[in-house]
Write a protein that binds this ligand. Sequence first.
Ligand code: TXA
Ligand code: MG
Length: 416
Amino acid sequence: SPVENGKQDNDGVLAPLREAAHILRTTSSPVAFPTETVYGLGADATRSDAVRGIYAAKGRPSDNPLIVHISDLTMLRRLLMPGRRQPDLDQPPHLDRDGDDNDSLFHQDDPIPSIYHPLISRFWPGPLTILLPLPSPSPLAPEVTATQPTFGARLPASALARTLISLTGSPLAAPSANASTRPSPTAARHVRDDLDGRGVALVLDGGVCSVGVESTVVDGLCSPPAVLRPGGVGIDQLRECKGWEKVVKAYKDKGEESKPRAPGMKYKHYSPRARVVLLEKAVADKTKGVVEEDLRGVGGEQGLTVGVVRTGGWGVAGGLRCAGMKEVAGGGGEGEEMGFVVMEGVLVRGDEEIGRVLDVDLGGDVGGVAHGLFAVLRELDRLGTDVIFVEGVGDGDDIGAAVMNRLRKAASEIRA
Ligand code: TXA
Ligand code: MG
């Protein structure tokens, strides 16, 4: 009957998720899963052996805490009030009637601090991570938080991620599913490229991540509230929320001096194998000949492969001809599914062919640049690129701040 067929289809879709949830409940091997930001490498956040499996697979330093992913607010409230059965928390909340937009989501005595209510109403599910006080006793494995008195929580927009968490019945600790120091994975293939043979039980394939950079990490427990990592939610958007008008940036981009507050910020990050030269937007706009000069420095090796990543300021003339490129030929490589095309041309100096140029235009929209950024760095690596020149984007308070933050970390050289 159609009803039975419908049930079978539903089971068919859910089967890999049920298998993944079973692995997460019963073993200590992590499972990779898609989110709207990047792929995560998940483990039951309440079990130490499981969480240790994440650090082992990634080669991640153990003082860098993990984000706890939840499937709904009830799961978060249970984390914040361990041991206390709070039947009213499972009822549709209706008690916080102070006349604002949060009324339907929060309780009068909600364990979720009220500073976060406007953010949760507006950005969850979505690319935002909030810091919360670690309850005592803590239901989370100590490996999740490293030595922090807080934990980061995120409700992902990806329905696949939320279904996995809910089937597991436990919050999932999950860092990005790349090998430590590599660009974050925005497709299942990226995860396999990095982590094959490293003890990951399963990679769930949910296609390409829509946002493409990680979540914004905020701390609302301090005053004024702070952004610890720029990400998918813009600082300009945070500022529109009640209590967040004076939010400060507590992260430092590479080159700026300060003790990092988010422990993860001090490590080498997001790096392809190729040398990355970042030209900040101001430079990229003005200096058309700069790449040609660079190539003179690299000098005459046969088979030199140069990547040029454009983000709207460089036209083909500015970005490519200055690289000594004679012609554009060929078409899309594997990048095409990611929403960009790698164009290949010949690299010439004078009349001499000295290698090839791989040209990618990510377009002028910062959201599109964020979406394709990590995938481009990985694709150019795969194609054997020696040096990648990247044109920066405007360093605004939108997702462009996340793009520039990641690019500055990936770059071995910055021209500002
Ligand atoms: O979008 C994302 O956030 C992705 C997906 C998988 O959800 N996850 C992710 O996790 O990017 P990861 O581990 O690569 O980055 C987590 C960041 C690090 O910078 C870490 O230091 C910070 O969040 N963080 C986590 N818990 C923290 C805490 N208690 N205090 C300060 N920073 C914390
Ligand atoms: Mg990461």
